[in-house]
Design a protein around this ligand. Sequence first.
Ligand SMILES: [Zn+2]
Length: 316
Amino acid sequence: MSSHALLPADVRMLERGWLSSNSLLLQGIDEQGAVLIDSGYCTHGDQTLALVQHALADHAQPGLRLIANTHLHSDHCGGNALLSQHFACPIAIPPGDFDAALRWDEAGLSYGSTGQTCPRFVPSQVLSPGSELIQGRRRWQIHAAPGHNPHSVVLFEPEAAILVSAAALWQHGFGIVFPALGRADKACEQGFSEVEATLDLIDSLPARVVVPGHGPAFSDVSAALAIARKRLAFFRANPQRHARHAAKALIKFRLLEIERQSRLGFINWLLSNTVHVAIWQNYFDDQSVADWSLALLQELAEAGALKLQDEAVINL
Ligand SMILES: [Zn+2]
């Protein structure tokens, strides 16, 4: 069943490919205005605006009254600046990132270390775990969901049993566990145990439909939870495999953004990327960082995720 068919008419999921997270438009009643959960990556800003305007027109909504973010990774809040300006609406974010966002601490917000782009925006409200986001006739519970990101939240609407799971649960896994990329065993284990606690939380919610951060909506929640738990057990036993997977996912994300670059230019970008170099230092420094980076590109090419042609790296 399509994402559209799984959701009620007043809840519209907007998809734009993996570079952007999914967005969810919660329609209002009368002239109330709609709420947008997550706004995608910045390079998709114009497309996101067009999708939002189209969905608003379907429900005769005058505009957005609020943008809310599950967490502040660049693929979830990259459209915040453009959309909040266009609709003159406030932005609500998880409380743990509020101060960093106000100060626009690029390192604390991960844009500096990942080399990802996110135009500055100013939040004015928080999505506090334990409270509700009320929109139209629906009450969306806000739950803390650390693991992928320490400050992330997920939203659950009990009447239609919809879970907005961000990167805590996808149909075939979950997002990179950033806190587990450090070498210190304690921090690593804490990251994985937060993922487990968040999966337990999701298991306790009677969700019938999941709108994940990436990929189509799905209804077989227990199958997705079983896949996620199996993956977690594997990564927990093999943190080095998780680190390698993370490095490759970040390379693929970069290529989704830039599409192609010279091999030398791409390797140089990787060598200047704080997260990439930290993963190498923590897990793979038995070889040079340049050799390791090239090996990752070759593995991604063998998996069909990119093409190494002449002296170029090309997204596939
Ligand atoms: Zn994320």
